[in-house]
Design a protein around this ligand. Structure first.
Ligand SMILES: *[C@@H]1O[C@H](CO)[C@@H](O)[C@H](O)[C@H]1NC(C)=O
Ligand SMILES: *[C@@H]1O[C@H](CO)[C@@H](O)[C@H](O)[C@H]1NC(C)=O
Ligand SMILES: *[C@@H]1O[C@H](CO)[C@@H](O)[C@H](O)[C@H]1NC(C)=O
Length: 344
């Protein structure tokens, strides 16, 4: 979510239940929970302090959006924390031209940290598929994959995609990709399938809810009910996150991509910026329940035996993002590292 979010509308028919904020309890970080570490603020603490925060929370996976030198230098020697780094969207066109260009990028941006930093994934672009530069993703992924394989490096090569790839998402079993996604995403998914490398997906029930708050049940959007709200054949859903996740699984299956793991590279809920839909209380319930969902080890109704790995967006409120909700996804205030609400 480096760029403004497009809101996407899920056609969801709903029952309105009473709002029920009874679930903001204490939750512990689990090893399947990571945090996004966005850097679009002019008041962020130095990376060394941020690493201490992660250690105090027991967070062992983080994601940055590029290969920021200050951050990666600070991670030297902290190999117990896995770091997802990214190829910047604006670099993709030049890198797609040749394997040599990619090798040079790697020598400059990754090689210097290999010995000291636990780089787990390189994401090739953030939410560029579907879109104008989407076609550059696959060639860059292929070059990077060749490179890490030839050197037996334990780094996975993937990309992060938004749910704008879904043309249909409700009910989950009718999930299918848009025609542009079919052109740009499906070849990427087939490539990832060859090595069972996860696709990284950004899933934001908040944007679906905010696009139609009078018709979508808040408790369903924030995992705050155990009641089945959506029945899809034999599968019952009580939360919107699982519906969106499984719609993507169904859409992949319809393209012949079965059993490809999905990692949730971003999810979250803003604590301000859109009136009473974005309060610290609601954000705390959503994020706290997401942590519990992941910590339960349970998957989604369609993939009940695959536990979810996910990264909350984001560590800090970022004041250089567009005004409004975009600046308010953080769990912590950047200036004093105090929590905006209790989560971990
Ligand atoms: C690197 O990070 C991953 C993900 O957090 C973790 O599973 C792995 O144990 C870490 N590697 C080392 C050497 O600690
Ligand atoms: C927000 O306020 C409106 C108008 O008072 C109300 O109808 C709605 O239920 C409120 N939503 C939440 C999530 O509190
Ligand atoms: C999940 O695991 C259970 C118990 O091993 C098994 O019966 C079931 O078929 C599995 N479900 C799926 C969708 O793989």
């Amino acid at each position: 979510m480096d760029c403004p979010k497009k809101s996407f509308l899920f056609m969801i028919s709903c029952i309105i239940l009473l709002l029920n904020y009874n679930n903001g309890g204490f939750v512990h970080a689990t090893t399947n929970i990571g945090l996004n570490y966005g850097l679009l603020g002019d008041n962020l603490p130095p990376p060394s302090q941020v690493i201490n925060l992660y250690k105090s929370l027991g967070i062992t996976s983080i994601r940055i959006f590029d290969t920021n030198t200050d951050v990666l230098n600070a991670f030297r020697g902290n190999r117990d924390i896995g770091v997802i780094v990214g190829v910047k969207n604006e670099d993709l066109a030049a890198l797609a031209v040749s394997e040599n260009a990619v090798n040079t990028w790697f020598m400059t941006n990754i090689e210097p940290y290999l010995a000291d930093v636990n780089i787990t994934f390189i994401t090739v672009g953030n939410e560029v598929i579907p879109g104008d530069i989407g076609p550059h993703v696959l060639p860059v992924m292929q070059s990077l994959t060749n490179l890490v394989k030839s050197r037996s490096l334990p780094i996975l090569i993937s990309t992060t995609v938004a749910m704008t790839n879904l043309g249909q998402s409700y009910p989950p079993s009718s999930g299918e990709f848009t025609s542009q996604a079919r052109e740009q995403l499906v070849p990427v998914l087939k490539f990832l399938s060859q090595t069972t490398t996860p696709i990284l997906v950004n899933i934001y029930p908040y944007f679906a809810y905010a696009s139609d708050p009078s018709n979508i049940l808040l408790d369903y959007a924030i995992f705050n009910t155990d009641a089945v709200v959506v029945q899809d054949g034999p599968l019952g859903y009580s939360n919107m996150f699982d519906v969106i996740f499984d719609a993507f699984v169904w859409a992949m299956e319809k393209e012949g991509v079965k059993d490809l793991p999905m990692v949730v590279s971003e999810t979250g809920w803003p604590s301000a910026g859109n009136g009473n839909l974005t309060t610290p209380e609601i954000a705390s319930i959503y994020n706290g329940n997401f942590v519990k969902h992941v910590g339960s080890g349970k998957g989604t109704p369609k993939r009940p035996n695959s536990s979810i790995h996910g990264f909350l967006f984001a560590t800090f409120n970022e004041n250089q993002k567009p005004a409004g909700t975009e600046q308010n996804f953080g769990l912590y205030y950047p200036t004093d590292l105090k929590p905006i609400y209790k989560l971990f």
